[in-house]
Design a protein around this ligand. Structure first.
Ligand SMILES: Nc1ncnc2c1ncn2[C@@H]1O[C@H](COP(=O)(O)OP(=O)(O)OP(=O)(O)O)[C@@H](O)[C@H]1O
Length: 277
């Protein structure tokens, strides 16, 4: 069984996202909180990378820096060689809360993301919205309002909205966290299919160990307070994967390795808390 700490396959590929020594400090009530400390993360072209770690380890903070919704305090953060400054159409973002506009039909919510596409006519935007709704399995629901759709369907609309301008990197912050177990599984398979068709990179934040192994090419495990990369793991299993793979010895071995790292971090955190008392 191969458990690699370095992704040999990826090492020969082109870098898409590079984070080097990235630090993020927030100031809250005159106190400094270091959410991320000297974080190094790389995503190669068309790679699916997950961030996994305990609550408060800075996963969302990192994703927001990459999305350009927040600014790093220190370090280097580049996308395809250019520094990340603000949000841009090379990145699509999906959060746990779908945040659709309730007064718009599904297709209008998707087409709304194209509002700044000056070269496109209204009819072309509508056509693109319909295309991406079909891609996420919502053909026939284009004229539904969000309130007429289930949580899973609304999240599909949010994914279509993030994809409609064909971003190179899809950023997903616990996108399936609010869904029931069966819908979550369906969405994971949908995401696998979309990822292989759209050929974009994905940065995926999750708490769920099985989800991270099932979907990822590589996983960065983070430790909390301050958030640092604790371990990097390559998931050396063929894709597309199916649910039988979760029962394989290889999958269970990855899970064992990740859970033992999480336990190790918990123990470190406990020790640090006791030392403060
Ligand atoms: N705007 C902010 N102001 C002050 N502190 C913040 C802010 N955003 C995040 N933090 C702090 O930074 C740390 C990392 O938060 P972050 O939300 O990135 O963690 P996370 O790993 O995504 O957590 P969770 O898994 O619970 O969503 C936490 O200590 C949090 O309180």
């Amino acid at each position: 069984m191969a458990l690699h700490l370095v992704n040999e396959q990826a090492a020969s590929r082109e870098v898409m996202l590079r984070a080097e020594n990235v630090t993020k400090t927030f100031v809250s009530n005159k106190k400094e909180i270091t959410a991320l400390e000297r974080v190094d993360i790389t995503i190669y072209q068309q790679e699916f990378v997950s961030l996994l770690g305990p609550s408060g380890c800075g996963k969302s903070t990192f994703l927001r820096l990459v999305a350009g919704l927040d600014e790093k305090t220190d370090g280097v953060l580049t996308l395809n060689g250019s520094p990340i400054v603000g949000s841009g159409r090379d990145r699509g973002v999906v959060f746990q809360q779908y945040s659709l506009l309730p007064w718009m039909h599904a297709w209008e919510n998707v087409a709304f993301a194209l509002k700044k596409s000056k070269g496109m006519t209204g009819a072309q935007k509508k056509e693109m919205a319909f295309h991406f709704l079909e891609l996420v399995g919502l053909k026939g629901f284009e004229n539904h309002y969000p309130a007429q759709m289930s949580g899973g369907m609304q999240q599909r609309v949010a994914i279509a909205r993030a994809l409609v301008y064909r971003p190179k990197l899809l950023l997903m912050d616990e996108p399936f966290g609010a869904l029931d177990a069966q819908t979550r599984r369906d969405m994971q398979d949908l995401l696998m299919r979309i990822w292989s068709e759209e050929k974009c990179g994905v940065l995926f934040v999750t708490h769920d160990v099985d989800e991270a192994i099932y979907l990822s090419d590589r996983i960065y495990m983070m430790s909390a307070h301050p958030g640092r990369v604790a371990k990097e793991l390559t998931i050396d299993m063929r894709k597309p994967r199916d649910w039988n793979d979760m029962l394989s010895d290889q999958f269970v071995q990855y899970k064992r390795e990740i859970v033992s790292e999480l336990e190790r971090q918990k123990a470190i955190q406990k020790q640090a808390q006791q030392a403060k008392l």
